[in-house]
Design a protein around this ligand. Structure first.
Ligand SMILES: *Cc1c(COP(=O)(O)O)cnc(C)c1O
Length: 418
């Protein structure tokens, strides 16, 4: 694994190559995302290896980074996909993920999305409410097929994370709470041959730093699995979700394989070792292996404050504005040094602020925003008339693919034509 680094002269690198060289090779301006595909593949292989001989698979949460090059790298390294829309399902299939390794989540799946999933016979449609069950059964009947489904259990577990990324508490819109499970089992029974209940799922949220909350929700799933078995219902897998955190420069977190090993240990302890295990990591497979490169456009000093205005904004990377997240920002040409500058984007919102970063006495021309491989480009918008950024995919120390920015011209034409 590699991702971001610095060479002997202190210049920023990605996948072992100097970023400024990669940028010249790709012929892109700024802002631009750069991803290390080899590191994504390594991280996927490492996580798959943590299963040992145990049955199961890694369902990469495609929403973290939907780029075809990324999903193909994950698929070639042995990963599957967790998708949350028909669009993501088509990207996963098109990138070579087999339907046997695709699960679909989402609280408001539309009929055409269900039809696509059922038509391709994906591993499981994860049901997020009792009310969704007859809808899925009706779509399966209309297609003359059996839909394989799993119930997403809301384990009512509070995680120590930002409220916007905690999904497993009783008040969240996701999943079915334990007291509604018997009703859900009955509703699935009424679906008769249109539905096959193959699994039980959960996902407590994002940025877990240790397996402890993961195991807490897994225990809720295990007890539901044992209850189902006691009713004589066969079950093929449990899907314990994603949410493995990464170190954004604050505190170290347990590596993703530790979560898989802990989950396998729990399944064995609960007498459920024969069930396949599915995990749904998004962030941990891509975030550390992508960066956003931006140019310094303007500086301003007022009183004791030093401001640095860059050409990447909350429209390119919204995590700081949305979740109060912090991404380390450093010069590309040299190592970070004091003093710190308040780095902000160009967007007309005060939340377009990336925080204080050690850019040095004299501002660099180009900076790098680290750990931007997940929930970066996929959440980007064209707010303030700013076109989507370019994306550069690096493999074997070379530019393997460039996805160019649509540019301002295209944006102007589309808006004038609206
Ligand atoms: C977002 C999401 C994930 C991935 O979460 P990460 O924190 O990126 O690992 C997994 N499963 C579901 C259902 C999700 O919504």
């Amino acid at each position: 694994m590699s991702g971001f680094g610095r060479d002997g002269s202190g210049r920023a690198t990605l996948g072992g190559r100097a970023l400024f060289e990669l940028r010249a090779e790709a012929g892109v301006g700024t802002p631009a995302y750069f991803y290390d595909l080899d590191a994504v593949a390594d991280a996927t292989r490492e996580l798959c290896a943590a299963f040992g001989a145990a049955p199961g698979f890694v369902a990469y949460a495609v929403k973290a980074n939907t780029a075809g090059s990324i999903v193909r790298a994950v698929a070639q390294a042995g990963g599957g996909a967790d998708v949350v829309s028909g669009g993501e399902l088509r990207v996963a299939l098109g990138a070579g993920v087999g339907p046997e390794r695709i699960v679909m989540s989402g609280v408001a799946k539309q009929d055409w999305e269900l039809d696509l999933a059922i038509g391709h016979g994906i591993r499981a449609i994860q049901l997020e409410s009792v009310e969704e069950i007859p809808r899925v059964a009706a779509r399966a009947r209309a297609l003359g097929k059996t839909a394989r489904v799993s119930l997403r259990i809301n384990p009512d577990v509070e995680i120590d994370s930002h409220a916007h990324i905690a999904t497993g508490h009783d008040e969240a819109k996701f999943g079915i709470v334990a007291r509604d499970l018997p009703t859900a089992f009955e509703a699935i029974g009424r679906g008769a041959t249109a539905l096959a209940l193959d699994g039980l799922s959960t996902h407590v949220g994002s940025m877990l730093t240790t397996p402890t909350p993961y195991l807490e929700s897994a225990r809720v799933v295990c007890s539901a699995a044992r209850e189902l078995r006691a009713r004589g219902k066969p079950l093929a897998f449990v899907d314990l979700g994603g949410g493995f955190g990464i170190d954004y420069g604050g505190a170290p977190v347990e590596p993703p394989p530790a979560f898989v090993r802990a989950a396998l240990g729990l399944l064995a302890e609960q007498g459920l070792g024969d069930l396949a295990l599915v995990v749904e990591p998004g962030r941990s497979l891509v975030a550390p292996f992508g960066v956003l490169v931006a140019s310094v456009v303007q500086s301003k000093t007022s009183g004791t404050r030093r401001w640095c205005m860059i050409d990447a904004g909350m429209n390119d990377l919204i995590r700081p504005a949305l979740y109060g997240a912090r991404h380390r920002i450093e010069p590309v040409e040299r190592a970070p040094s004091a003093p710190e500058w308040q780095v902000v984007g160009p967007v007309c919102e005060s939340s377009d602020d990336f925080g204080l970063h050690p850019l040095g006495g004299e501002l660099p021309g180009v900076v790098v925003l680290r750990d931007a491989g997940a929930y970066g480009f996929t959440m980007a918008s064209e707010y303030n008339g700013r076109p989507l950024p370019a994306e550069v995919f690096v493999a074997g120390g070379k530019v393997a693919h460039v996805s160019r920015s649509p540019g301002v011209e295209a944006w102007v034409e589309r808006r004038l034509g609206a």
